[in-house]
Design a binder for this molecule. Structure first.
Ligand code: GRG
Length: 278
């Protein structure tokens, strides 16, 4: 089964309701699925059947989608367009969008728990997922981002926001892939690689936001509207592009250094992300 069918199938196992419609609307709206791909690539690199990661890959995409739904709400970035479609609260209403986010977040953990691997490995994967998504991870990053004075003020502060807000959920699939493959000892080093990818990805997002239209990107640029400091506003486009390329190269170098890991395919995926246009 391809990943889109897996996701659709899993979400259809929840009770038919408006909240399910809203969860499905946002989940199946055509995201790039970068986080699931990272998990599958780590499993493949360690010589493990990638289907072992189906439930965690779905769980991570559910958590990512919940974060986008909540981030788009009027109380946060107040955006109208996401994944080329009206945001969840525009298509439905605010209460339904809040519930759809809550539903995706909680269902993600049931989803991850379905993984048929050694229970200790599944538990460790769930612990990592929870930590990377929660108040020690993405939620902390979002909190820093909302508190402008302690958030985006200079490059160091901005890097901290991105490490948590973006890096953690890109690190999670790499770390969980290592754990499910029996390489728990390499999860921390993969976390560092994930941080680099997260920062590169975010600088790239800033560059794309500054150079493409909302229609081309399929999402609104609320950073500009909300007058937020970004890597482009701090260092200009040329320097931001240079920084982004250096960060991707560093991440690839790190990934190339793992023992017992065939890195070629994951590095190819990274190159694909580096040349993305949305
Ligand atoms: C609400 C707790 C909470 C967190 C929100 C995801 C997020 C944190 C904010 C969204 C805004 C933003 C720029 C986040 C950084 C991560 C990022 C670049 C998300 C977009 O990821 P893509 O490009 O999206 O992988 P698709 O739609 O392709 O899945």
């Amino acid at each position: 089964m391809n990943f889109e069918d897996i996701l659709q199938n899993e979400i259809h196992q929840t009770t038919d309701s408006t909240v399910r419609d809203a969860m499905e609307y946002s989940l199946m709206a055509g995201g790039k699925r970068i986080r699931p791909v990272l998990l599958y690539e780590v499993l493949k690199g360690y010589g493990i059947d990638p289907s072992l990661g189906d439930h965690f890959a779905s769980a991570i995409e559910m958590i990512h989608t919940y974060s986008l739904i909540h981030d788009d709400l009027p109380a946060m970035d107040n955006d109208d367009l996401r994944r080329g479609k009206p945001t969840c609260h525009k298509q439905f209403d605010e209460a339904t969008a809040i519930l759809a986010g809550d539903g995706l977040l909680t269902y993600a953990f049931e989803e991850a728990a379905k993984t048929e691997a050694e229970p200790a490995l599944v538990l460790e994967g769930i612990r990592i997922l929870s930590r990377m998504a929660g108040p020690e991870g993405m939620v902390y990053g979002q909190c820093l981002d909302m508190a402008e004075e302690t958030g985006r003020t200079d490059w160091e502060a901005l890097k901290k926001v991105h490490k948590y807000k973006t890096g953690c959920l890109l690190s999670a699939p790499l770390m969980i892939g290592a754990v499910l493959s029996g390489h728990r000892d390499e999860a921390e080093a993969l976390h560092e690689a994930g941080d680099l990818i997260g920062l590169a990805f975010q600088v790239q997002d800033d560059v794309l936001d500054a150079t493409k239209t909302a229609d081309e990107l399929g999402k609104s640029n609320s950073d500009e509207r909300n007058e937020k400091v970004t890597s482009v506003s701090l260092m200009g486009i040329d320097e931001a592009v240079k920084t982004m390329n250096e960060l991707y190269d560093l991440a690839a170098e790190k990934i190339g250094g793992f023992r017992d890991f065939s890195s070629t395919s994951l590095i190819e995926v990274l190159k694909g992300i580096q040349s993305r246009s949305k």
